[in-house]
Ligand binder design. Structure first.
Ligand code: SAH
Length: 204
């Protein structure tokens, strides 16, 4: 509990000013999204191993990415890379509806179970997020939580509502820029490190 309040206080000092994002982070139990043996580290500002070679992003990255989307409470948002489901749970408290896609069936299933309890307005899909969710488009916001090589996947740009916003890390080898795309223009927001976005069908 205290850990979570301290985490939110640290986010404020690091410049996160979006009150909806801060109160969502104050409400979501991050310890539920990490492996039980790492629960004691849940409120440290660091990525943590979630198994399957993947990580839950650091709280400051989750807060920054969701704040950068600048969505109203009614927005429909697509997340690529469900991972633990933590960012989806935070997002779900900031917007109206979330569709989240994860390529690893194991991670998708674990996230689905915890989100069913903590964030009922999230739909978790197993599949290739590079293709988006055309049957649910358009989205007001799209947030990618894995590093795209070279560019924002074109299918995602096509699934964006007019004046919608995409936030996506773009780079090589886990290091790059968090890019915000809106109205045909891209801006680099901050240097970031993410696990790679792996195109193609999910492994079974
Ligand atoms: N948002 C997550 C962090 C995700 S780490 C959280 O809060 O925990 C990035 C995730 O993207 C990994 O789980 C990885 O399996 C997934 N991923 C990688 N390539 C993908 C793709 N093409 N489609 C969907 N998910 C993908």
């Amino acid at each position: 509990m205290t850990g979570r309040a301290d985490m939110v206080a640290r986010l404020r000092t690091r410049g996160i000013a979006d009150e909806r994002v801060l109160s969502a982070m104050a409400a979501v139990p991050r310890e539920r999204f990490v492996r039980p043996e790492l629960a004691g580290e849940a409120y440290v500002d660091a990525p943590l191993d979630i198994g399957r070679g993947q990580t839950i992003s650091a709280p400051s990255i989750v807060a920054f990415s969701i704040a950068a989307l600048q969505q109203p409470p009614t927005a429909r948002v697509l997340e690529i890379g469900t991972g633990s489901g933590y960012a989806a749970a935070v997002l779900a408290r900031c917007v109206g509806e979330v569709v989240s896609i994860e390529r690893d069936p194991d991670l998708a299933q674990r996230a689905r179970e915890v989100l069913a309890e903590l964030a009922p307005n999230v739909e978790v899909r197993t599949g290739d997020g590079v293709r988006g969710a055309p049957d649910r488009a358009p989205f007001d916001g799209i947030v990618v939580t894995a590093m795209a090589a070279r560019q924002i996947p074109p299918a995602l740009r096509n699934q964006l509502a007019p004046h919608g916003t995409i936030v996506c890390p773009v780079g090589d080898d886990r290091v790059g820029s968090l890019v915000r795309y809106r109205d045909g223009r891209s801006e680099d927001l901050v240097e970031v490190s993410f696990v790679p976005l792996v195109p193609g069908s999910p492994e079974t």
